[in-house]
Write a protein that binds this ligand. Structure first.
Ligand code: ZN
Ligand code: ZN
Length: 334
């Protein structure tokens, strides 16, 4: 008996993706229209179909709020800040391109459609934040991205990019030299290895990087994104970092990772040591947010492996911070 997912794939190929018909592997060129059509043909997810957002504002779309844990409802870490018709991605966890397409449907922001994904900022090179990087390099290219991907991240990004392109050498060769005739130059990536400071600026967006302590990583960053209407600070993965209060002072939104302080206290010493130096408790997030005087806290990359519920994490932030606290979920739009 065929598994149900395979059956669904066949249904999509026969009724929606006409170009699949002659391609058993289903990897022939697929236009964006077909992709949109296929996505819209799926039953809507309850509570996620909303009215298009005002494109003149800056929006945050949580593409993935997860961790290395394989939680079905939480994809890998990836956040989009959308402003001026561009989606500025922070990290590329597993499933990032499909999640961006879902974000485009939920928010009505075309910048999140795959062929428009053209810039990404990596906080650090942990696998849960980068497994979607080859997806981001290759899938939008196949779907018609007309420019090279721009990628910003810590030292090591150049080597990772070169290795990924080498790993997919045969796929790239077939798509360039075969009937698809894709442009080889457009699959290459313009990489920028960063240091703390101003790392990116265009007509609508300014991105500053700051170093954060993430256990034994030599290079891990958080980002401050500034547009005409919003200042957004993303912690990245970080251990408790008092300096963040000054960096995030007066920001509209602080997006911070978190674990439950109470949950961790009940765990074995090794787990306490790891999480205590690589990550930040929700109690500490509240202290930082209060000191910084931010407008709103969004929790993401919530580490439930150590225990604790969503409600407990929010309550722990509220011990010190009396502003709005949101337990972020995939495809939330702010
Ligand atoms: Zn992580
Ligand atoms: Zn990490």
């Amino acid at each position: 008996m065929r598994p149900p997912t395979y059956t669904l794939g066949l249904v999509l190929c026969s009724s929606v993706l006409a170009s699949c018909a002659g391609s058993p592997a289903g990897d022939s060129p697929v236009s964006l229209d077909q992709t949109v059509e296929a996505a819209e043909a799926l039953p809507p997810r309850a509570g996620t179909q909303t009215a298009p957002r005002d494109p003149s504002r800056t929006w945050i779309v949580l593409l993935g709020t997860g961790t290395p844990g394989a939680e079905p409802d939480r994809f890998g870490p990836a956040t989009a800040v959308v402003s001026g018709g561009t989606a500025y991605l922070i990290d590329a966890g597993p499933g990032v391109v499909r999640r961006a397409m879902a974000g485009a449907l939920v928010s009505g922001l075309p910048a999140l459609q795959p062929q428009n994904l053209r810039v990404v900022f990596f906080t650090h090179l942990h696998s849960d934040h980068t497994i979607g990087y080859p997806d981001l390099i290759l899938s939008p290219w196949v779907l018609g991205r007309a420019v090279r991907l721009q990628a910003y991240g810590p030292p090591g990004l150049d080597a990772m990019t070169t290795a990924l392109l080498e790993a997919y050498r045969e796929d790239i060769r077939v798509r360039v030299e075969g009937p698809e005739q894709l442009r080889r130059d457009l699959v290459t990536v313009e990489t920028h290895e960063i240091e703390p400071g101003l790392i990116y600026e265009d007509a609508v967006m300014r991105v500053e990087a700051f170093a954060v302590p993430h256990g034994t990583w030599d290079h891990a960053f958080g980002f401050k994104l500034t547009t005409a209407d919003r200042t957004i600070v993303i912690s990245g993965d970080t251990g408790p970092f008092d300096g963040l209060a000054e960096i995030a002072a007066g920001a509209d939104v602080l997006i911070h990772e978190a674990y439950s302080a109470e949950g961790l206290r009940r765990r074995e010493p090794e787990t306490q040591l790891y999480h205590g130096t690589f990550h930040t408790s929700a109690v500490k997030v509240g202290e930082i947010a209060a000191q910084a005087g931010v407008g709103m806290v969004i929790l993401h990359h919530q580490l439930h492996l150590v225990g604790g519920t969503a409600e407990q994490m929010v309550e722990q932030v509220r011990i010190s911070f009396d502003g709005e606290v949101v337990y972020g979920r995939d495809l939330d739009v702010f």
